[in-house]
Design a protein around this ligand. Sequence first.
Ligand code: HEM
Length: 153
Amino acid sequence: MDANKEPPVVHPAVAALSFLLGTWRGQGEGGYPTINSFSYAEELHFSHSPNKTWKLGSGEPMHAESGYWRPKLDGTIEVVIAQSTGLVEVQKGTYSTEQKVIQLQSEMVGNASKVKEIRRCFRMVDGTLCYDVEMATNTITLQPHLKAALKKL
Ligand code: HEM
């Protein structure tokens, strides 16, 4: 960690589990009645401030999410995402390496009070990663919610 930086303040609700924070590495063993036992190595990272969006101006954290992108060689892709709000989504779609476009449509949105559907589109425009997010709720049909342009760091 940068010695000049204050460590981030631990949210009170997270403090009880702060012993988990950090990067952990080791080995494990797995098995199940239907499979052969196996050994494995693992690196596990727990962080309490993974926020990836913040308010312009104040810097206050906004939404955060993380997940897995699962492209297949046939140009289809599945993305699973867990959001900081508790919402989970399974997205399916297509990608084009030539056009550098990825289009995703939610197949499943779970643990959401009002969100019914989410569509995400990513495209590279002159070296900038642009994306749009559309969303439908229980009262509103599919409408734009976000669009952004990101530069590679
Ligand atoms: C509001 C969902 C991503 C910022 C909302 C609402 C929902 C929602 C359901 C409430 C709409 C309503 O009241 O009818 C989602 C979903 C997201 C997402 C499913 C990802 C796919 C984001 C991100 C940001 C953000 C990345 C910030 C960068 C906001 C803000 C509001 C909002 C500022 C208005 C809050 C308010 O006025 O109370 N979002 N959101 N959202 N969202 Fe998102």
